[in-house]
Design a protein around this ligand. Structure first.
Ligand code: NOJ
Length: 913
């Protein structure tokens, strides 16, 4: 048995002791200790200089040896950027590259004279200002005379300046006497300045302490969201009586839920929302980061005030957010909204929008660790056809390779990968295979040998290649932070290089936190060395981002720039949305994990990552049939829809749980395929207009306080409200239908509900509570095929749900579903549907696009039509009027136009009289 065989997942099962809580993190302890001593910073405003791009000044406190340099930038689109760094550090401090899509365009800030001791910087229009107070140093962000955010008003600015290492080497610890001027040995350990211990690991820090921190007070805000990834609620919780939210990418098998420990990915970006204003704070730092949240609700504030008048004036809620990072610089973007949609645009202006996914990737994905061999794949594939269940993608996990050597095939199990892909291709299906960042140390393995020869691995503290254990046994890790390594890695996906690959093969990047078995917290030592001589600690959270970037680039290049890639990653950072999809890792087959998938995905969605999903069924353990059905139903309405299961679990293909359950799963998947045109159009909107696909209710109803804490249901786009059933044996669910001027329609029964109320919806095992918002048009497919590719020519339907005013609007987007022609040649179709005064109009939404389609709209369903029409007439593009056959149901107020046939891409009208 080789080392690889001995590695089993169970060895790595979650044991919280393996991971640090805040008390075990030295920079956290240091900041707490120092901040309790309060030494405030002051700004030296007589040092102000106005550069071409930024306004600079120095800030200093008693403890600092030399002043720090602060820079304030105005950025296009109502964004401010604040950078704080040492003016002349001993050596450069890490500034996160490659996340901002380009250098943000700056706008000139006009400095208006403040009072003595202050400086006011205003944007061109003068409606947004940064009010800088010198002593103590503080910045107020003022919008239309209202202070919406204060920075450092709690005096938590913290900046450890780089120092020359103490003379004594820590390697000769016994002789160590005088490692610092004012601290005892015990205190040294506590502070972990040059060395930090955790379990059996010692982190030797050549650069010494370098941590940073800053506080932000959000005035009038009690609802904050974002900073994924945690298995926690969507609305962030107070951390005052427990651990801070940790952002440190870790491989946490079977992670505990309702916990603030860091898991696979990090997006250091927080959103705050209150009536009339949404804000964002994007803390651009890739080192280990902690975020403390302290919300004082309005009531509590009011109670602590003296007298009712004061209470009224001062009884505002407030949320304080305290960011702390282990190293790097303070580089923070303040996104001033004012609407949720504006904040989404501001964030994607900086980090990019969701990549436009190939259409197939919005279908259903079938995965398992592992499908054994080609025969197994063939049988599972056939199972879908036998049971008439559509699916698009077959997945192969690590066992498809020769000893976990990525880019190879296990010859016994998969002797003819091309033949297998041809089978899938014949049904217009695809294959995804896994490719992890660790590379087996084996001189006969070409990928290893080449990488070794070229020095492409991360190095250890001593200068050799970093070695750690992962699935293949002892491995080295590709240094994806190096552009050269990425370029080379991308080239490995070329068809001529990747033997057995074809153009229907796509990629899954896993274990890229990176996961290092037996490493500290199951990851890489922080003093490993990357390209440019940067320590791993500086960039830990962005490692996985780079792998997905290189993989996506490789897939684009293998097609000579023509085809859109699909890459799923487990680890991610701000901006990962540009490269593909993300999933929530190793969840468990329990109801609570199904339930938490909703807030976890909502959080990813508002932080730019629209293409996200959770393993359907739960990765670990064996779901009972009811849970599996409910999970398929929920997953069908989540952006990335993949069934997956770990090794040693019972097989759970959709048809293995009896006829009835098979039918229910089939129905859920078919609902997904019915709605594909809507999904695809939503992804287009995420891609071009930065709007999340899956939206918390507060995003769609920002003026309705009741929506701010809802997280058991959500909107898909602006038209569908989904409330998945996440309780066993449910017979009824309480669905909150927001909006006092809204109406909602049950998508199955067509029952109509007025908004702003909670309704009890009876549910059977076949019920997926989905409601269409009055005022919307949802495009659907009326015929389902084996896969998305088989449905290209199938007809469309429109579901028109009328508002209280009897109107509705909707959009539809179509292109070839796979190439970049939509971008380079404008080969796309973007249509707009609008219904008013009894007339439904199909018109062009974007004249730049051209994409001929043979498809017709063959069915139109109008919900909420109060009166039976006397006639329905269609007016085709050539002006011809024709009567349309219809049925009207008075009981449900629905009108059905069935024998309809007008091209989806043409201008036409339907008149209902
Ligand atoms: C961990 C991943 O989270 C899981 O999805 C995968 O099946 C295993 N690694 C094996 O590759």
């Amino acid at each position: 048995m080789d080392a690889a065989e001995k590695i089993s997942v169970e060895d790595e099962a979650v044991d919280k002791k393996i991971f640090k809580d805040c008390s075990k993190i030295a920079f956290y302890r240091r900041q707490k200790q120092r901040l309790s001593k309060k030494s405030t910073y002051r700004a030296l405003l007589d040092s102000v200089t106005e550069g071409k791009e930024s306004t600079r000044f120095q800030i200093i406190n008693e403890a600092a040896k030399v002043p720090l340099l602060a820079e304030v930038y105005g950025i296009e689109g109502n964004i401010f950027r604040l950078k704080i760094n040492e003016e002349t550090p001993l050596k450069p401090r890490y500034e996160v590259p490659d996340v901002l899509t380009s250098k943000p365009s700056t706008v000139r800030l006009i400095s208006c004279s403040g009072d003595t001791g202050s400086l006011v910087l205003a944007n061109g229009k003068g409606d947004l200002k940064c009010h800088i107070t010198a002593n103590p140093f503080k910045i107020d962000l003022v919008s239309e005379e209202e202070v919406v955010m204060s920075i450092n008003s709690l005096g938590q600015l913290y900046f450890e300046q780089l120092q020359i290492p103490p003379k004594q080497s820590r390697a000769t610890k016994e002789n160590e006497e005088d490692t610092s001027d004012d601290t005892t040995q015990e205190n040294q350990e506590e502070l972990g300045l040059w060395e930090e211990k955790f379990r059996n690991f010692v982190d030797v820090k050549d650069n010494g302490p370098a941590s940073i921190g800053l506080d932000f007070s959000l005035h009038g805000f009690e609802h904050v969201y974002g900073i994924p990834q945690h298995a926690e609620s969507h609305q962030l919780k107070n951390t005052s009586d427990g651990d801070a939210y940790r952002l440190y990418n870790l491989d946490v098998y079977g992670y505990k839920i309702h916990d603030k420990m860091g898991i696979y990915g990090s997006v250091p970006y927080l959103l705050a929302h209150k009536l009339g204003r949404t804000l964002g704070i994007f803390w651009l730092n890739a080192s280990e980061t902690l975020v403390e949240i302290n919300t004082e609700p309005a009531v509590k504030h009011a109670l602590t005030q003296m007298g009712p008048v004061a209470a009224k004036e001062k009884g505002r809620s407030q949320t304080d957010v305290h960011w702390m990072s282990e190293s790097g610089i303070i580089d923070v973007f303040l996104l001033t909204g004012p609407t949720p949609s504006d904040v989404f645009k501001q964030y994607s202006y900086l980090t990019g929008t969701q990549a436009m996914p190939p259409l197939f990737s919005l279908g259903y994905h079938q995965c398992r660790w592992n499908y054994k061999d080609e025969h197994d794949v063939k049988a599972v594939d056939a199972g879908f056809d036998e049971h008439d269940i559509p699916y698009d993608v077959m997945w192969l996990d690590i066992e498809h390779t020769e000893g976990k050597r990525y880019f190879t095939w296990n010859e016994k199990r998969f002797p003819n990968p091309k033949r297998m892909q041809e089978l899938l291709r014949s049904k217009k299906r695809k294959l995804v295979v896994i490719s992890d960042p660790h590379i087996k140390i084996d001189p006969d393995y070409l990928v290893y040998a080449k990488a070794k020869e070229q020095g492409f691995f991360v190095r250890n503290h001593e200068g050799g290649d970093f070695e750690g254990v992962c699935w293949p046994g002892l491995s080295s890790y590709l240094d994806f932070t190096s552009p050269k390594v990425r370029e080379w890695y991308s080239s490995l996906f070329a068809f001529s290089v990747y033997q057995g690959s074809t153009d229907i093969l796509y990629i899954w990047n896993d274990m890229n936190e990176p996961s290092v078995f037996r490493g500290p917290e199951l990851t890489m030592q922080k003093n490993a060395i990357h390209h440019g001589n940067w320590e791993h600690r500086e960039l830990h959270n962005i490692y996985g981002f780079y792998q997905q970037m290189a993989t996506a680039e490789g897939l684009i290049q293998r097609s000579k720039g023509k085809e859109r890639p699909f890459v799923l990653t487990r680890s991610f950072f701000a901006g990962s949305q540009k490269y593909g999809a993300v999933w929530t890792g190793d969840n468990t087959a329990e109801w609570s994990y199904l339930k938490i998938s909703i807030p976890m995905l909502l959080t990813l969605s508002v932080t730019g990552i629209s293409f996200c999903g959770a393993d359907v069924g739960g990765f670990i353990g064996n779901p009972e049939a009811e849970l599996l059905v409910r999970w398929y139903q929920a997953g069908a309405y989540q952006p990335f829809f993949r069934g997956h299961a770990t090794k040693n679990t019972k097989r759970r293909e959709p048809w293995l749980f009896g006829e009835e359950h098979t039918r229910l799963i089939q129905e859920a998947i078919r609902e997904r395929y019915t709605l594909l045109p809507y999904w695809y159009s939503l992804f287009y909107s995420a891609h071009v207009a930065s709007q999340p696909v899956m939206r918390p209710l507060w995003v769609e109803f920002p003026d309705e306080l009741e929506t701010f804490s809802v997280e058991d249901e959500y909107m898909l786009g602006s038209a569908l409200l989904v409330h998945p059933v996440t309780e066993p044996k449910a017979t009824v669910v309480d669905v909150f239908l927001p909006g006092s001027s809204e109406v909602w329609y049950d998508s199955k029964t067509f029952a109509r509900w007025e908004g702003a109320c909670t309704v009890k919806i009876p549910v059977a095992l076949d019920t997926i509570p989905v409601f269409q918002r009055g005022g919307s048009v949802v495009p659907i497919k009326t015929t389902i095929g084996r896969s998305t590719g088989c449905m290209t020519d199938s007809p469309y339907g429109l579901r028109v749900a009328l508002s209280t005013k009897g109107s509705a609007v909707g959009e539809f987007y179509l292109d070839d579903g796979h190439s970049f022609q939509y971008l380079h040649q404008k080969q796309f179709l973007h249509r707009k549907f609008s219904f008013a005064s009894g007339v439904l109009i199909n018109s062009c939404a974007d004249k730049r696009g051209h994409y001929p389609s043979k498809c017709v709209v063959e069915r139109i369903l109008v919900l909420g039509l109060k009166k039976q029409p006397s006639s329905v007439t269609s007016h085709s593009p050539d002006g011809k009027a024709q009567p349309v056959a219809f049925t009207y149901c008075a009981k449900t107020s629905t009108l059905n136009l069935e024998k309809f046939s007008l091209n989806i891409g043409a201008d036409w009208k339907v008149q209902i009289q």
